[in-house]
Design a protein around this ligand. Structure first.
Ligand code: SF4
Length: 743
């Protein structure tokens, strides 16, 4: 690593939480530039672009000498509405993966011995077209499935959905949203109409109160955490409900530790207290909602005492949180996967939607719901663009005859009205040979799926597997053909961030080796399989999106570039975009928020004598998902180089382990061995393991079978496990600055 960059990384704590702005002043940039070849700043390529890590959607200028990314530095503040001049450690420094030695630079195919060998694009595309064609002929298109990529652009993802339906002939197309926020989408769509954040990011600073749950914001969405902390510094209230006493809890007016898996209980408890004490917004409820009486009846059982009994939250804390909430004129309800990754995640989200509505906190500045999305483009690529088994782009239902006819006409193909398999269901359907071939793009399913031992068996047994990625990751090791794709710094398109803002992504480097942008690979493959795709660039693909997707009707590359970003819904060229949803009416047939009385469901697996602890999983600041990108960043790897398990001191005492000792963690599905980190951040009955490390893949422990009935989201956040000290000698300690997250 270059000396200047090393030096900059030493300052990493300052930017770690997104607190500080630019730790690379211009002088430092010159130093970096000079240290790698005596180039002056103005001689480098520079493009304003959007971060490729998380869905906060920070914008900044990327500098490149054409061969590697040299620096990321703030763009003009007005061009970066979400982050201003802030970025976090990943957006600032996480680019070594682009030039990593093991980056895929040519297609790979399996030879007769089962080994990978390099191939030309012509051969690789030919082999994929031939095998997909054979399976389609023998077993029907519905025996094929495609997992799309929330890391890729909107334009890439639009074509992934089109490719699945038009070329493969299947509705089994889905993506990683199934593993995270699909229960948010289902819950919010049912009640309000749109499965997305109703607020703009600036509302986090305008709110009088923020209720945060299941969100380790400082680590998973650092720049949003900066906004929240600023709100607190300005006198706002912050209520944090979480099983782990995460760092953002230090800033909270009130932190309440919740037993994992019982969120609907405490949320209903708040709703009940507010209704019973006439603290709700009567006018809003009367004029803008239906179902209030249903909710009132359903929450009756959730007295503060009952909530305490089930969730462990003291009844006084339910009362004080409810009063703080009701007292606020403007409240934002923020959450991530601690609320959604459950076998009843949709139920949790509906309970939260009820609470926001009865307190009148929708459709006005500083108020609304904000599910913080995870991957950089999971909102746009994973949802809006419709690589989904039940929706076309813009959440248009495939079962609707008129809508289906529109797409059949535009895409010149027949499309079944039957929904396809969700990602989690694809792996179960493969057991019965209902899925025989998969095309996995930019998704490391062999680590990210629940119950990965099962997922790996499925990948191994498929008739044909194609993986399109930057690396031969854990999933690609099972592939028949691997196609090398470009990273986000090597292509142009758009991402849509967590507050629905569509932003430009711009090419700042040439593609590495023979790698290609996803949309070009799809175009070549579609044409080899008999279609006639002729897109010249991604702007042209976005024009097709405009014509078929009312939500994106006025979104063009030209406009997004000129305005810095456009928030959907944006119905046409003259529409200004939508800063906040539901200012006048909800996106439902009657224009009202349709509230639903919700009780609560137990987690699918609760602790017992055999497996007495509850495991929850999540992220850490210095890593990202399955580590495909961050594990290749030497500086970042210094901070959280390997896995660990958080164990409460009482539990550690009982087990006879100290920080650094290895612990065997077993569930009904598998076991991992990880070093202990003894901390009272978790409760005595709970443990936590991050999701980022293949060596001790925590999803060996999670459950692939019990899915949310509405959204098919797995229950990553609750698994029953048992712990025993491992015989092996410890290989590392986790003392010190290691920080953890549960997204
Ligand atoms: Fe990138 Fe998210 Fe960090 Fe912003 S907060 S720089 S979008 S990883």
């Amino acid at each position: 690593m270059h000396e200047a960059k090393k030096q900059a990384l030493k300052n990493v704590e300052h930017v770690a939480e997104g607190v500080a702005a630019d730790t690379l002043p211009e002088g430092k940039l010159f130093e970096i530039a000079q240290s790698i070849g005596d180039k002056r700043l103005e001689e480098l390529n520079v493009e304003d672009t959007t971060c490729g890590y998380c869905a906060v959607g920070c914008r900044f200028d990327l500098y490149s000498d054409g061969e590697e990314i040299l620096a990321a530095r703030p763009t003009d503040e007005e061009d970066a509405p979400v982050n201003g001049i802030s970025t976090c450690v990943k957006g600032k420094f996480g680019y070594d993966f682009v030039n990593s030695d093991d980056r895929l630079t040519s297609p790979l195919v399996r030879d007769e011995r089962g080994e990978f060998r390099e191939a030309t694009w012509d051969e690789a595309i030919g082999r994929v077209a031939e095998r997909f064609g054979e399976i389609k002929d023998q077993h029907g298109g519905e025996s094929l499935s495609l997992i799309a990529s929330s890391k890729a652009t909107n334009e890439d993802n639009y074509l992934m959905g089109k490719f699945a339906r038009q070329v493969l002939g299947t509705n089994s197309v889905d993506n990683c949203n199934r593993l995270c926020h699909s229960s948010t989408v289902a819950g919010l769509a049912q009640t309000y109409g749109y499965g997305a954040a109703s607020i703009s990011t600036e509302d986090l600073e305008l709110a009088d109160c923020i209720l945060l749950t299941g969100s380790n914001t400082t680590e998973a969405h650092p720049v949003l955490a900066t906004r929240i902390k600023q709100n607190v510094r300005d006198g706002g209230d912050l209520l944090v409900f979480d099983p782990r006493e995460i760092q953002i809890a230090e800033y909270a007016t009130q932190y309440s530790q919740v037993n994992p898996g019982y969120d609907a209980v405490w949320i209903n408890g708040l709703t009940r207290y507010i209704i019973e004490n006439d603290l709700y917004d009567e006018q809003f409820v009367e004029e803008r909602t239906t179902g209030f009486e249903d909710v009132k009846e359903a929450v009756q059982e959730f007295t503060p005492e009952r909530v305490e009994e089930v969730t462990g939250v003291p009844h006084e804390e339910i009362v004080s949180a409810a009063e703080t909430l009701a007292d606020a004129d403007r409240c934002v309800f923020g959450w991530t996967l601690g609320l959604t990754e459950h076998s009843h995640g949709t139920e949790n989200v509906i309970a939260m939607a009820n609470l926001a509505a009865i307190t009148g906190n929708l459709g006005k500045p500083g108020a609304g719901v904000s599910p913080f999305r995870g991957q950089n483009n999971v909102q746009g690529g994973g949802g809006d663009m419709g690589p989904l088994p039940d929706n076309f782009p813009g959440y248009q239902d495939i079962a609707d005859d008129e809508i289906r006819a529109k797409f059949e006409d535009a895409w010149d193909c027949d499309i079944s009205e039957e929904y396809g398999y969700y990602t989690t269901q694809m792996f179960l359907a493969a057991d019965d040979d209902d899925i025989r071939g998969m095309y996995i793009i930019g998704e490391n399913a062999a680590l990210s799926e629940p119950g990965v031992n099962h997922a790996e068996d499925v990948l191994e047994d498929l008739d044909f597997l194609v993986v399109q990625d930057l690396f031969v990751n854990e999933t690609a090791q099972y592939a028949d053909v691997v196609l090398p794709a470009c990273s986000f710094v090597e292509k142009t398109g758009t991402f849509t961030n967590t507050d629905r803002t569509v932003q430009m992504v711009k090419q700042v480097m040439e593609p590495k080796g023979d790698s290609r942008p996803d949309w070009k690979i799809l175009q070549d493959l579609a044409n080899r399989m008999g279609r006639d795709w002729n897109y010249d660039d991604t702007a042209e693909i976005m024009q097709e999106v405009n014509s078929l997707t009312p939500l994106y009707g006025g979104v063009s590359h030209e406009r997004v570039d000129e305005e810095g970003g456009v928030q959907w819904p944006c119905w046409d060229e003259s529409h200004p975009g939508t800063e906040r949803l539901y200012t006048e009416e909800f996106n439902t047939e009657n224009g009202k928020a349709n509230l639903q009385g919700i009780g609560y469901s137990e987690p699918a697996e609760t602790p017992d004598d055999e497996y007495p602890f509850t495991l929850t999983t999540g992220r850490v600041l210095y890593q990202y998902h399955t580590g495909t990108m961050t594990h290749r960043e030497e500086g970042i790897m210094q901070y959280t180089p390997s896995d660990f398990i958080e164990i409460h001191p009482e539990t550690a005492d009982a087990l006879g382990v100290e920080s650094g000792d290895l612990v065997t963690v077993e569930s009904r599905r598998g076991e991992v061995v990880v070093p202990a980190q003894v901390t009272d951040r978790v409760g005595p009955e709970n443990v936590f393991i991050p999701i980022h490390f293949a060596e001790s893949a925590v999803n060996q422990l999670t459950d692939e079978e019990h899915l949310d009935p509405a959204a098919a989201t797995p229950e990553f956040k609750v698994s029953a496990v048992r712990l025993t000290p491992a015989d092996a000698e410890p290989t590392m300690t986790t003392d010190g600055e290691t920080t953890t997250g549960d997204d």
